[in-house]
Write a protein that binds this ligand. Structure first.
Ligand SMILES: Cc1cc2nc3c(=O)[nH]c(=O)nc-3n(C[C@H](O)[C@H](O)[C@H](O)COP(=O)(O)OP(=O)(O)OC[C@H]3O[C@@H](n4cnc5c(N)ncnc54)[C@H](O)[C@@H]3O)c2cc1C
Length: 364
C-alpha cells in the first residue's frame, strides 16, 4: 500500500516564528481573572505592557465576590515586616513580592481605583460600602478604560511552549503569547472557577506540585454540645492547639461558630491551618465558647473544596522569588494560590495574590 503523504499542516514550524503569516503574539497572556489575574492586568495596563486576560468563568473575580461574606477583606494595614512575621511558612518566598507591593501600597492602589476604604480597629481593610462587588467593578472599569482585552467564559486547556513563547489553547482557538502568567488559583471552592488547571499545566511543563490540603477550614465534631449550639456565633471565642502532653502550641482569639457539622470561624480556621502546616499526628483542639472550654482529640478538618485557601500547589523551589518566573520554563510566571503559598485569615491571602501578581508583571 502506498504510504500516505504527510499532512500538509505538519510542516508548520514547531518553534520560532509564527504559524500564521503576519500573526503577532500577545505580549502577556494572563490565565485566570481572579484576584491575582485582575491585579496583574491592572499593573500591566499601568506599565503599558500589552496583556490579555483569559477567564474560565463568565465573569471576572467570582471568588473575590465571595470573600469575607461578600464584603472583601482585601488586605491588612500592616508594614511589610509585620505582614511577613504573621504570614507563616511561605514568608521567605513571598518576601520580595510583599516588599515590592506591601499592604499599604495595595490600600493606595485600591483607593486609586476610586474605591473608598474602611479600616477596622485591628487593621483589616474593606471597601467602605462593605461590598466586594465595588472592588471587582473597579478592576473591571480600569481594564475597560485601559483597553485590556478580556476573554471570559473561556477555559484555557493547556500551555505549550513554542520557540521563546507559548501556545495557549482554549476550547475554540489557540492564542500565541510571549509570556504567560498562571493565575488560576487553588482548588478550593471549585464552583468559583479554581479547579487546579494551572497546577496541571505547570506539571505538564515539568514543575512539581505539592499535594493539596485544606487551609482555613472548620472541623467535623460529632458532639451534642456543639450540635445544640448550631447556628450560634461566639465573637469573643478562642481556639487552642495542644500537643499530646497538654502544652499549648497555638492560640488564637476570635470568632468561633458552631455549625451542624462541628466548628468554624476565624479562630478555628487559624488553628486548623496551624495543625496542617505543623503536620501534627496527636493533638487536641480546645475551643472556648463564651465561658465554656471544650476539648476534642484529633478532630477531622472539612474537605479542601470547602477551605478558604488551598495548601499545596506549584512547588516554590522551582520558582524565582525575585521575579515569580519559573526556574524551569523561561517566560512562564505564577501568581496567587496556584503557588504553594497561603496566609492566615484577615486579608493575607488576597494580599499574597496581589503582591505576587504585581512582582511578576513588574519583572517582565
Ligand atoms: C469563601 C472565601 C472567603 C475568603 N475571604 C477572604 C478574605 O476576606 N480576605 C482574603 O484575603 N482572602 C479571602 N479568601 C481567599 C482569597 O479569595 C483567595 O486566596 C484569592 O482569591 C486567590 O486569588 P487567585 O487569583 O490566586 O485565585 P482566584 O481568585 O480563585 O482566581 C483564579 C481564577 O482563575 C480562573 N481559572 C481557573 N482555571 C482556569 C483556566 N483553565 N482558564 C482560565 N481561567 C481559569 C478561575 O475561574 C478564577 O477566576 C477567601 C476565600 C474563600 C473561598
Amino acid at each position: 500500500m502506498k504510504a500516505s503523504a504527510p499532512h500538509r499542516f505538519s510542516s508548520l514550524p514547531d518553534s520560532g516564528g509564527p504559524a500564521w503569516p503576519g500573526a503577532r503574539p500577545v505580549k502577556l497572556a494572563i490565565v485566570g481573572g481572579g484576584a491575582a489575574g485582575m491585579f496583574a492586568a491592572a499593573v500591566a495596563a499601568e506599565r503599558r505592557l500589552p496583556a490579555l486576560v483569559i477567564e474560565r468563568k463568565a465573569r471576572l473575580g467570582a471568588k473575590v465576590l465571595m470573600t469575607a461574606n461578600g464584603r472583601c477583606n482585601f488586605t491588612k494595614d500592616l508594614s511589610a515586616e509585620d505582614f511577613l512575621a504573621d504570614v507563616g511558612p511561605c514568608a521567605e518566598f513571598v518576601e520580595a513580592a510583599v516588599r515590592s507591593c506591601p499592604p499599604r501600597q495595595i490600600i493606595e492602589d485600591i483607593q486609586s481605583l476610586g474605591v473608598r476604604v474602611h479600616r477596622m480597629a485591628d487593621g483589616r481593610m474593606f471597601p467602605a460600602d462593605g461590598r466586594a462587588t465595588t472592588i471587582v467593578h473597579a478592576f473591571g472599569d480600569l481594564l475597560r478604560d485601559s483597553g485590556t482585552p478580556i476573554l471570559a467564559n473561556c477555559p484555557v486547556t493547556a500551555i505549550r511552549r513554542r520557540g521563546d513563547g507559548f501556545v495557549v489553547p482554549t476550547r475554540g482557538f489557540d492564542l500565541w503569547a510571549e509570556n504567560v502568567l498562571l493565575a488560576t488559583g487553588g482548588v478550593s471552592y471549585p464552583k468559583l472557577g479554581s479547579v487546579g488547571d494551572g497546577q496541571a499545566f505547570a506539571r505538564a511543563l515539568g514543575h512539581r506540585v505539592v499535594p493539596y490540603r485544606p487551609g482555613l477550614v472548620g472541623f467535623d465534631l460529632a458532639d451534642a454540645r456543639i450540635r445544640q449550639r448550631a447556628g450560634t456565633r461566639f465573637e469573643e471565642g478562642r481556639a487552642k492547639v495542644l500537643d499530646a502532653a497538654g502544652r499549648v502550641l497555638f492560640e488564637y482569639r476570635g470568632e468561633v461558630d458552631c455549625e451542624s457539622f462541628g466548628v468554624a470561624g476565624a479562630a478555628v480556621y487559624n488553628a486548623q491551618r496551624f495543625v496542617e502546616h505543623a503536620q501534627l499526628a496527636d493533638w487536641t483542639l480546645e475551643v472556648w465558647l463564651g465561658g465554656e472550654a471544650m476539648r476534642f482529640r484529633n478532630p477531622r478538618p472539612r474537605p479542601v473544596k470547602e477551605a478558604i485557601v488551598t495548601l499545596g500547589g506549584v512547588a516554590l523551589d522551582e520558582v524565582n522569588p525575585a521575579t515569580m518566573e519559573s526556574r524551569l520554563v523561561p517566560h512562564l510566571y505564577f501568581a496567587g494560590e496556584v503557588l504553594d503559598i497561603d496566609g492566615p485569615t484577615g486579608g493575607y491571602n488576597l494580599t499574597l495574590a496581589f503582591a505576587t501578581a504585581c512582582l511578576a508583571v513588574r519583572s517582565m
